[in-house]
Design a protein around this ligand. Structure first.
Ligand code: AMP
Length: 217
């Protein structure tokens, strides 16, 4: 099952992708996570990407297409994958189509997760992550028991560099300009289904599963 989760930053794609990955035993491929790993490890790619990411801009297509191409060639993707945060431009979508065709594959489902801008801003600017175990929190919706300390491992929490309000506004503008056209792109290919990304994690998961229903359990 080859799935793309489409939607603005903060729509909950990562959360839903993780649940689907577990359920269908296929990998979640998050270009944002891969890039953050490269930044942390200070690889040449990470050093190049950091400036774009901190500014809320997109990393050049050639870099992310290379990442995805390499990742999709791995054996764990043979039975399917969930792309989370890729493609983000029409050029990336074209490159994806080409690389899949060359392996006799295709995108099968594109699920657009829709959330309005004000809610996205509130969600993202309150987002915090544990430095130790990586568990996510939200200052309002899912706060830790003790301020700025992880409930699980007691380590400190941090805010992603690109989750400040200013950078988030920029990321939303970039989404509108460069990524939203993919809604039409995949509609034209009869692959797109949209769901409302508001409600509980479980409700949103059920909406996604209804779309995938009957495909494979
Ligand atoms: P995310 O975690 O998906 O919100 O991605 C964080 C940042 O990584 C984005 O704001 C971009 O700077 C970069 N990034 C992630 N995926 C892509 C992509 N497909 N194309 C370009 N830049 C990306």
């Amino acid at each position: 099952m080859n799935i793309i989760l489409l939607g603005p930053p903060g729509a909950g794609k990562g959360t839903q992708a993780k649940i689907l990955a577990k359920k269908f035993k296929i990998p979640q491929i998050s270009t944002g996570d891969i890039l953050r790993g490269a930044v942390k490890d200070q690889t040449p790619m990470g050093i190049k990407a950091k400036g774009f990411m901190d500014a809320g801009a997109l990393v050049p297509d050639s870099v992310v297409v290379g990442i995805v191409e390499e990742r999709l060639a791995k054996e764990d993707c043979f039975d399917g994958f969930i792309l989370d945060g890729f493609p983000r431009t029409v050029a990336q979508a074209d490159a994806l189509k080409e690389m899949l065709v060359s392996h006799g594959k295709a995108v099968e489902h594109v699920i657009s997760v829709d959330v309005n801008k004000e809610e996205l801003l509130q969600r993202i600017t309150g987002r915090r992550t544990c430095k130790g175990c990586g568990r996510g929190y939200h200052t309002v919706f899912d706060p830790p028991r003790v301020d700025d300390k992880c409930d699980e491992c007691g380590d400190g929490l941090y805010q992603r560099d690109d989750d400040s309000e200013e950078t988030m506004r920029k990321r939303l503008d970039v989404y509108e300009e460069q990524t939203a056209p993919l809604v039409t792109y995949y509609s034209n290919e009869s692959l797109l289904r949209s769901i409302r990304g508001t409600g509980s994690i479980e409700e949103i998961q059920q909406a996604i599963l209804r779309i995938l229903e009957g495909v494979r359990e």
